[in-house]
Every structure is written in structure tokens, then in C-alpha cells.
Write a protein that binds this ligand. Structure first.
Ligand code: SAH
Length: 242
């Protein structure tokens, strides 16, 4: 008697609970979508970046999936965030700015040095044919690979290794983006840039760096500083700064 009376009540309770969880999850996803839209509008477009492909890519790629769970609620704030191994995911505006500076075409082959979370690679993969990316920390490279696989990116190739030397096998690259800072521009990266290729790279000591844009024309390199920045240092396998 007792059980019979309680069964429909229990069933109703379970159904209400399941339903509310579903609603909760949809609201959560929609919330991130809304935050992403606002991020693109206020942090990127209002600051003068109007390349539609970049804006669309940044509206699409779920940045919260690339940061540790603890920081997910801050994923769409105007700031870099900590990731594992004491590294950082760059501020959204810097990701947009560097991508814009590369003046990418859909058929371009791009090399990134410093995979980190994999977020910048995902943005590049939305815009270009093929993205090669190198990360020195195995744990970060593997984690980025898992996230990018979950999001179904098939045009991103990750290598664990020292990006100072580039990735000769797949060179030359139409564009190279470096997201860790050496004190001098690595020669192998200059060499692996194609004719007409562009490279964006932060250069300098840990406290003061400038973002340098390099273009290769008729085999010659032309460079100019575009923005003061602060990136994590480029290191070798022993952890020493370049
Ligand atoms: N592009 C990343 C930001 C990464 S921060 C993102 O979207 O999240 C810079 C990254 O460069 C760190 O993960 C760091 O481990 C890596 N790094 C530093 N020196 C490196 C080197 N010599 N080769 C490859 N990666 C390097």
C-alpha cells in the first residue's frame, strides 16, 4: 500500500529532476554562446578587427572547453587565463589581432609554435586548410589533441617537440604564428616561411616584448613591430629560455 502510493510520486519527482537538469544544461550552453557573442562584439569588433572570417571563427570556437574547469566561467573575459604547466591561453583580442596580422587565405598552410590549450590552433583551422602546431610540454600537447578531437577538427596536426626548429618536413609555410617569446627570431622559422609568407612573433625579454610582423618578399625579410605584448618565454627541452 505504502509503496503503491509512493511510486507515482517518486516517478514524477524523478521526471521533474531530469527535466530541470536538461533545461539547466541548455541554459548553460546558451549562456556560453551569448558570452562568446558579446566577447566578439565588445573585445574584438569594437576594437577595430572586422575580418568576418575571424569574427565568425571566434563566435564558433568554444573557448571554455580549452581552459581548466575552474576557469571556465571566466573563459569569455577580456584576459589571458592560466592553463596547466604554468602556461597561459592568450587574451581573446591578442588571438584575433595575431590572426588578423597573418592575412590568411583559405588555402594557406600555417605553422603555430606553442600549442598550449589548442585554442589558437582551432581558430586558425576554422580559417585555413591545414594547421601544424608544436608544443614542448607533452601533457599540454596531449590535452589539446583530446579537446580538438572532441570538437572534430581534422585539419590540425600536433607535434610534441621544440618549435624553435620549426617543422621542416611540412615547410614552407604560408604563415607562421609564434605564441611564446624568444629573445631573437629563430632562423629555422625564417627559412621555413614561403615566398610571400607572413610570420607574427613576440620577441624580447620576459618583461618587455614587441610583437613583430615579418614578410618574405623576393627571398628577403621585411619586419616591423606592431604591438607591445607579454608572452610566456620560448624554452628548450631543458627548460632554458631562448
Ligand atoms: N597558443 C596557445 C597559447 C600558448 S602559451 C593557446 O592558444 O592556448 C605558449 C605555449 O608555448 C606554452 O604552452 C608553452 O609550453 C609553449 N612553448 C614554449 N616554448 C616552446 C617551444 N620551444 N616549442 C614549442 N612550444 C613552446
Amino acid at each position: 500500500m505504502f509503496l503503491n502510493y509512493n511510486f507515482p510520486v517518486k516517478l514524477l519527482f524523478i521526471l521533474v529532476l531530469l527535466f530541470s537538469q536538461c533545461i539547466g544544461q541548455t541554459t548553460h550552453v546558451k549562456d556560453f554562446e551569448y558570452q562568446r557573442k558579446m566577447m566578439v562584439k565588445k573585445q574584438i569588433a569594437w576594437r577595430g578587427i572586422n575580418n568576418k572570417k575571424i569574427l565568425n571563427a571566434m563566435r564558433k570556437v568554444p573557448r571554455h572547453k580549452f581552459v581548466p574547469e575552474f576557469y571556465q566561467e571566466y573563459a569569455y573575459e577580456d584576459t589571458p587565463l592560466p592553463i596547466e604547466e604554468g602556461q597561459t591561453i592568450s587574451q581573446p583580442y591578442i588571438v584575433a589581432f595575431m590572426t588578423d596580422a597573418l592575412d590568411l587565405n583559405p588555402e594557406d598552410k600555417v605553422l603555430e609554435i606553442g600549442t598550449g590549450s589548442g585554442y589558437q590552433a582551432a581558430i586558425l583551422a576554422e580559417i585555413c586548410d591545414t594547421v601544424y602546431t608544436i608544443e614542448i610540454f607533452k601533457s599540454l600537447g596531449e590535452k589539446a589533441e583530446t579537446v580538438l578531437k572532441e570538437l572534430d577538427y581534422k585539419n590540425i596536426f600536433i607535434k610534441i617537440g621544440d618549435g624553435y626548429n620549426g617543422w621542416k618536413k611540412h615547410s614552407p609555410f604560408d604563415a607562421i604564428i609564434v605564441t611564446c617569446a624568444p629573445t631573437n627570431i629563430p632562423k629555422p622559422l625564417e627559412e621555413q616561411l614561403s615566398e610571400g609568407g607572413r610570420m607574427i612573433i613576440p620577441v624580447g625579454e620576459e618583461s618587455v616584448q614587441k610583437l613583430v610582423l615579418i614578410k618574405k618578399k623576393n627571398g628577403k625579410l621585411y619586419q616591423h613591430a606592431v604591438l607591445p605584448v607579454r608572452f610566456v618565454p620560448m624554452i628548450n627541452k631543458k627548460g632554458r629560455k631562448y
